[in-house]
Design a protein around this ligand. Structure first.
Ligand code: A3D
Length: 311
């Protein structure tokens, strides 16, 4: 069996880190694709990464290209093609420009990578993955959005820092759209099996929830020229790895809902099982009336953006 092929569409900040992680985790050969104006950038990143392979003896390679034919036949495709936020912008402000890019990218994926498992990262996340699914016409198990793993990872990081404990023992789950009204489930958060509500006062937990919701904006304000990229790359790779290695991890991802959680026809963040079959299962939780109301609010925000997607 040959090595797996991972198509990375967009060779910017996240794309470059994705390529590095593909090699360091020896997941497969990566093809870093971008538009002709960025040919030097992707060829340079590929060469640079390939030259570090000797240090630890990595056998996977990166190719930088502007030719879709080189992406053809990828087992996994991760889309980061698109413009990131600048200070003062909302993710929704990116809709028009990134939808135009998504139309081009999705049509090419349909032609060149019909069997790939496709992970979208471009913002506004839930609307972009909806457009991707509609344009490709792929099965719902084949198309997913990365956001919940990142939002949950941010939440876990803030909890571990507040308690001074190992992040390995923090359990948490953030549901809903990738926006300011995402839903961190406090009731289910725990550390080493102990409920978070027993470990931190309400004000501290509320501050962690707020910081998680504004986690993307915090980085945009610090970087000034773009948005987060190390953590978004790592969390996307966790999803790709679960697919490629059939790990069947249960991760919060934007999946097409067809009645689960009372939602139909929208992609939104819920716990899903990712294995060799792609999105194999959506896990449903019994939510409290308050949690259900918060999820409904998040859904209404996602729906508003999706309704303005003209294909
Ligand atoms: P950036 O470093 O600007 O890279 C984007 C790349 O896409 C650039 O190199 C562009 O040249 C390229 N590109 C533009 N049009 C095309 C096209 N048609 N085909 C191929 N490539 C193209 O951005 P980034 O890597 O920092 O962020 C990429 C996207 O991810 C943005 O939309 C961000 O908003 C989004 N993002 C999402 C999250 C989530 O948690 C969902 C987090 C961080 C960033």
């Amino acid at each position: 069996m040959g090595k797996k092929k991972i198509g990375l569409i967009g060779g910017g900040q996240i794309g470059g880190n994705l390529a590095l992680l593909c090699v360091q985790k020896q997941l497969g050969d990566a093809v870093l694709f971008d538009i002709p104006q960025a040919e030097g950038l992707v060829k340079g990143k590929a060469l640079d990464i390939n030259q570090l392979s000797a240090v630890d003896g990595y056998d996977c390679r990166v190719t930088g290209t502007t030719d879709w034919k080189q992406v053809a036949g990828s087992d996994v495709v991760i889309i980061t093609a698109g413009v990131p936020r600048k200070p003062g912008m909302s993710r929704e402000d990116l809709l028009e420009v990134n939808l135009k890019i998504m139309k081009d990218v999705a049509a090419n994926i349909r032609t060149h990578c019909p069997d790939a498992f496709v992970i979208n990262v471009a913002n506004p996340l839930d609307a972009m993955v909806y457009a991707l699914h509609r344009i490709t016409g792929f099965k719902k198990s084949q198309v997913v959005g990365m956001a919940g793993v990142l939002d949950t990872s941010r939440f876990k990081c803030f909890v571990a820092d507040a308690l001074g404990c190992s992040i390995r023992d923090v359990e948490a789950l953030v549901l809903g759209g990738h926006g300011d009204d995402m839903v961190p489930l406090i009731r289910l958060a725990s550390v080493g099996g102990v409920p978070l509500t027993k470990l931190l006062p309400k004000e501290k937990i509320d501050a962690i929830v707020k910081r998680t919701r504004e986690g993307g904006a915090e980085l945009v304000a610090l970087y000034k020229t773009g948005s987060a990229y190390f953590a978004p790359a790592a969390t996307s790779i966790a999803m790709a790895e679960s697919y490629l290695l059939d790990r069947k991890r249960v991760l919060p991802c934007a999946a097409l809902l067809e009645g689960e959680y009372g939602i139909k026809g929208c992609f939104m963040g819920v716990p899903v099982q990712i294995g060799a079959g792609g999105v194999e299962k959506v896990y449903e939780l019994d939510l409290s009336p308050e949690e259900r109301a918060e999820l409904e609010k998040s859904f209404q925000s996602v729906k508003k953006t999706v309704d303005s997607v003209k294909l």
